[in-house]
Design a protein around this ligand. Structure first.
Ligand code: R5P
Length: 294
């Protein structure tokens, strides 16, 4: 790959310099604004002819980001970009992976089909793979998944004495087990039942044997914050100190911060989504994956 040029889409500007440095890439310039009627104006200012181009767009709050991303992708192609890849540190629309109720849109499939039509490859961090086992089931372009577990474990090892790693639900078991192994700590997995967007119940079996340890809740996504808050309340009722929370994708939507306040200790996240809790830098490992892009 010749020296790539990276364009940050709205919302991901704060990640651009770190990725350029990690990849020895050139930052691209684009202008983006809304017309008074809400339509998007977008202009590529850098020369991209015969260049490898990377679009950097973390796809939290995706609906407003998708059109600018597609406009940028098509424009870059028209301007002569050789190859066009997407770094989406957070990949949206992975949780609607099945029609839970009659008539529901399986949005993961439509979203994947759209991106696949406009890009040559994609790199992302720990997509929420539950009923899909691999992105290739819905993405028709080469994709690479970067894993945060080793970096989460390293943070825990550096910052928590005698940790007990806790995964919030059965789905989290495989990668929570990996974090725990890397952090030389025991782990537990909760039983979670979700009955609504903001309603979950959680039980934590066999936790009392670990009361002398610092609980660390590890989750791939914190969205409404209810999963972490309910688990933290549960731990408090068992006699644990407020747990630390280590999260890959800090969506923290709506009133999540207030809901968590008082129940948890430190909240730490990776920078797949720009947030005040970011303390784990994913850009070097993302850069490594981009180097291997087709
Ligand atoms: C669910 O399967 C994920 O691993 C997270 O536990 C979930 O998305 C968290 O959502 P919330 O913060 O809204 O409870």
């Amino acid at each position: 790959m010749n020296r790539p040029i990276i364009f940050a889409l709205p919302g991901s500007e704060a990640l651009l310099q770190a990725l350029c440095t990690a990849l020895d890439a050139e930052p691209g310039a684009l202008e983006h604004r809304q017309f008074p009627d809400g339509e998007t104006y977008l202009r590529i200012e850098s020369d991209v002819a015969d260049r490898h181009v990377v679009l950097l767009s973390s796809l939290d709050r995706p609906d407003a980001k998708l059109l600018p991303l597609l406009f940028a992708a098509d424009t870059l192609r028209e301007l002569g970009a050789l190859k066009l890849g997407l770094v989406a540190p957070y990949l949206a629309y992975m949780r609607q992976d099945v029609r839970f109720h009659p008539g529901e849109a399986v949005t993961s499939r439509t979203f994947a089909a759209l991106l696949s039509r406009h890009l040559d490859w994609m790199v992302t961090v720990d997509p929420h793979l539950h009923r899909y086992h691999a992105l290739a089931e819905i993405y028709r372009i080469p994709t690479q998944v970067v894993h945060a577990a080793p970096l989460l474990a390293a943070w825990i090892k550096r910052n928590v004495a005698r940790p007990l790693i806790i995964g919030p639900d059965m789905e989290s078991e495989q990668w929570v087990a990996q974090v725990a192994a890397d952090a030389d700590a025991p782990f537990l997995v909760c039983e979670k039942v979700r009955s609504g967007d903001r309603e979950v119940t959680i039980s934590i079996p066999n936790a009392s044997a670990f009361l002398d340890r610092q609980a660390v809740l590890v989750d791939d996504i914190a969205s409404s914050g209810r999963t972490l808050a309910v688990a933290a309340r549960q731990l408090a009722s068992m006699g644990f100190a407020p747990p630390d929370c280590v999260v890959v994708h800090p969506l923290f939507a709506g009133d999540a911060a207030q809901v968590l306040g008082g129940y948890v200790g430190r909240i730490v996240s990776t920078n797949t989504i720009v947030h005040t809790s970011n303390d784990i830098d994913m850009m070097p490992v993302i850069a490594e994956a981009v180097r291997n892009a087709p």
